[in-house]
Ligand binder design. Structure first.
Ligand SMILES: [Ca+2]
Ligand SMILES: [Ca+2]
Ligand SMILES: [Ca+2]
Length: 579
C-alpha cells in the first residue's frame, strides 16, 4: 500500500461510519430511496473527507456502492444506539381480561400509546424498544424468582400472547427485550425441589455446604453476615442464596447449568425476543467469601461465552446488564472480549436526579466524564433516571414538575441508550417499599385508573389530579407532552443519539452546556439549572462556533436567547466539529 492508499483506507472507514449513521437518520423511506439518498449524502461528504483529494465523484460512488451491503448488515446490529427503551412491569401496565392483573394482551393493546409505528406523528410517546420485567412463572408478584424459565406466567398470558406482542411491536419498529434472571431460581423451581434430595441429579445445580460457612455477606450491605446468604435446608445442609432463601443461587461451576441457561436464552430469541436485560449479572459465580462473591473471573469468562453464543444465534440481539456498581467495576464487562452490549449506569442516574434536585449540574458532568474516561472507547451506555428498585423521580424531586422535566431533558440529551421506567412520563408517584413503586399505570381518572375493569391487584396511587395519561395527553404543557417532544427530537437528530459529549462552559454557574458532536451534525445543548431567567449567554470566542438554528424552537438563531427557569435550548452549530 502506498501513502495515498493508506489515506484512502482511513477515509473510507470514516465514510462507512458516516453512512451507517445516515441510515438511522432517513427513517420512513423505502430501501431504494434510502440507498440513493445515502450515496448522495456520502458523495456530498466528499468535501468533508476528501479535502483536496484527487478522486472523482464517480470513483467514490463506485467504492461506496461496493461497501454498501456490508454496511447495511453492520448498521442493523447496533440499533440499540438509536433506541429509547421503556421498562414495563406487565402486572401493572394494563389488564385485558378483567382479573385486576396486567397482562401481555393488555400491553399489546396499549402499544399505540408507546409507538404508533408512524414516525411522522408525535402523539405517541415515541419509544422504540421495550424491556419487560420477568414474564416467566413465579410464586412472587414481581417474578424475579422463576419456576419455569421456558414458560410464560399464566397471570400474564401464554407464549402465543408473547409472540403476538413481539410481532405487533416489530410492526411498529419497536424491539422487545425481556428480563432474564440467571443468578438464581425460585426455591419452588422443580430443579431446586429435586436438588433438596442429596442423591438427585439436580443436586449439583445449586451450591451446598455441610456446615454454615463464615465470612460471607451480601456485598451491598455492610451489616450482613454469612447467615444472610447461606440458608439451612435441614440440619447439615446449607445452600447459597445471595438475595434470600427463596432465591437459591444456581451453581454456574456446573457445565450443565451453563449450557441450560444458554438454551433458555436461545428459546426466547426464537420466540421473538430481541435480547435481554440480565438481572444481578455480577453475582453468577462465587468462589469464596468477600471479593469472591462478585465480578469473579469465572463470571466474566462465562458471560463472554454467553454473549458470543447468543450473537451467533441472533446477531442483532441486545444484552444489557445490571451491574449495580461504579464505572471501574462495570468497564471490564464492556471490554473485549465483550460480555454485554451495555450496562445500566447507576452512578449517572443518581447524578442526574441528585443534580437536578440540588440544582448542581456539576455532579452530572463529572459522572459523565468519569464514565467516558473509564469505559472502553466504543462502549454504549444504558442511561436512566430510576427503575423498579428505586423511588420514583417526582418523589425524589419533592413533586416539582419543572425539575422532573429537566431530569427527563438531561436523560434524553446526553449520550447512551435512555431507559424510561413506565409511569415516569406522567410523574407517577411512589416511594419504597417496592410494591409502591410498581403500582398500576394511571391511564385516566376513571374507575380503577383505566387500568382494569376489576379491582387492581395493587391499589393505584392517586395523590393529585392530573397525574394520568388522559389529562396529560391533551395538555401541551404536561410532563407527558414534554417526554414526547424530547423523544421525537432525539429521533430526528443523529447528534443527540450518536454524538460524543463535551462540556462547553458558558461562564454562568446555573448553566449546564455541552456539545454533542457527530460527523454529520454538531449540537449545543444549554440547560438552565435554576428558577431564575439567565440572560446574556455567549459562546466562548475560542470555540469558533456559530449558532445556526434553535432545534427546540425550530427557528434560525444567531444568539442564545435568555433562558427561562429550568429551560433547555438546543442549537445546531457550525462548523460540524469532528470529535
Ligand atoms: Ca389480566
Ligand atoms: Ca409516531
Ligand atoms: Ca451466584
Amino acid at each position: 500500500m502506498n501513502h495515498d492508499d493508506i489515506i484512502l483506507n482511513i477515509r473510507m472507514k470514516k465514510s462507512i461510519s458516516t453512512m451507517k449513521n445516515y441510515f438511522f437518520a432517513v427513517k420512513g423511506m423505502d430501501c431504494t430511496a434510502r440507498v440513493n439518498k445515502a450515496i448522495i449524502a456520502i458523495t456530498g461528504a466528499k468535501r468533508m473527507f476528501w479535502p483536496g483529494g484527487s478522486m472523482d465523484r464517480k470513483t467514490i460512488v463506485f467504492f461506496l456502492t461496493f461497501i454498501l451491503g456490508a454496511t447495511l448488515a453492520a448498521a442493523a446490529d447496533d440499533w440499540f444506539r438509536d433506541a429509547v427503551f421503556y421498562e414495563v412491569f406487565v402486572r401493572s401496565f394494563s389488564d385485558s381480561n378483567g382479573d385486576g392483573v396486567g397482562d401481555l394482551n393488555g400491553l399489546t393493546a396499549r402499544l399505540d400509546y408507546l409507538n404508533d409505528g408512524d414516525p411522522a406523528t408525535g402523539t405517541d410517546l415515541g419509544v422504540t424498544a421495550l424491556w419487560l420485567m420477568p414474564i416467566s412463572p413465579s410464586p412472587s408478584y414481581h417474578g424475579y424468582d422463576v419456576t419455569d424459565y421456558y414458560g410464560v406466567n399464566e397471570d400474564y398470558g401464554t407464549m402465543e400472547d408473547f409472540k403476538r406482542l413481539a410481532a405487533e411491536a416489530h410492526k411498529r419498529g419497536m424491539r422487545v427485550i425481556i428480563d432474564l434472571v440467571l443468578n438464581h431460581s425460585s426455591n419452588q423451581h422443580p430443579w431446586f425441589l429435586g436438588a433438596s434430595d442429596d442423591k438427585s441429579p439436580k443436586r449439583n445445580w445449586y451450591v451446598w455446604k455441610k456446615s454454615q460457612p463464615t465470612g460471607w455477606s451480601q456485598p451491598w450491605s455492610s451489616g450482613s453476615s454469612s447467615d444472610y446468604v447461606w440458608h439451612a435446608l435441614r440440619a447439615g445442609e446449607y445452600y447459597y442464596g445471595l438475595f434470600y432463601n427463596g432465591m437459591p443461587d444456581l451453581n454456574y461451576f456446573n457445565a450443565a447449568v451453563q449450557e441450560e441457561m444458554i438454551a433458555v436464552a436461545k428459546h426466547w430469541l426464537d420466540a421473538g425476543a430481541d435480547g435481554f436485560r440480565l438481572d444481578a449479572i455480577r453475582y453468577l459465580f462465587e468462589s469464596g467469601p468477600g471479593k469472591g462473591q462478585a465480578d469473579t473471573p469465572e463470571t466474566h469468562a462465562y458471560l463472554a461465552r454467553f454473549y458470543q453464543a447468543l450473537k451467533q444465534h441472533k446477531p442483532d440481539c441486545y444484552l444489557v446488564g445490571e451491574i449495580w456498581s461504579d464505572a471501574d467495576t462495570v468497564a471490564p464487562y464492556l471490554a473485549v472480549p465483550r460480555e454485554l452490549d451495555a450496562a445500566f449506569n447507576f452512578d449517572l442516574a443518581g447524578a442526574i436526579v441528585g443534580g437536578v434536585k440540588d440544582r448542581n449540574s456539576g455532579y452530572i458532568n463529572a459522572t459523565q466524564e468519569v464514565t467516558l474516561e473509564t469505559y472502553p472507547k466504543d462502549a454504549a451506555d444504558a442511561t436512566f433516571l430510576t427503575n423498579h428498585d428505586q423511588n420514583r423521580v417526582l418523589n425524589e424531586l419533592a413533586g416539582k414538575v419543572e425539575r422532573a422535566k429537566m431530569a427527563a431533558t438531561v436523560l434524553l440529551t446526553i449520550p447512551g441508550t435512555p431507559f424510561l421506567y413506565y409511569g415516569e412520563e406522567i410523574g407517577m408517584p411512589g416511594t419504597k417499599p417496592d410494591e409502591n413503586i410498581r403500582k398500576p399505570m394511571l391511564w385516566s381518572d376513571g374507575e380503577n385508573a383505566g387500568f382494569s375493569s376489576a379491582r387492581p391487584w395493587n391499589a393505584p396511587a392517586r395523590v393529585r389530579p392530573g397525574i394520568h395519561v388522559k389529562a396529560q395527553a391533551a395538555d401541551p404543557g404536561s410532563l407527558l407532552s414534554h417526554y414526547r417532544r424530547l423523544i421525537h427530537l432525539r429521533a430526528d437528530h443523529i447528534a443527540l443519539r450518536r454524538g460524543d459529549y463535551k462540556e462547553l462552559p458558558l461562564g454562568h454557574k446555573n448553566i449546564y452546556a455541552f456539545l454533542r458532536r457527530h460527523a454529520r451534525q454538531t449540537l449545543l445543548v444549554v440547560h438552565n439549572f435554576s428558577s431564575e431567567t439567565v440572560p446574556d449567554l455567549k459562546l466562548p470566542a475560542e470555540s469558533k462556533l456559530k449558532l445556526i438554528r434553535d432545534i427546540t424552537g425550530d427557528s434560525a438563531s444567531e444568539a442564545i436567547p435568555p433562558l427561562a427557569a429550568w429551560e433547555t435550548r438546543i442549537f445546531e452549530v457550525a462548523p460540524v466539529v469532528l470529535p
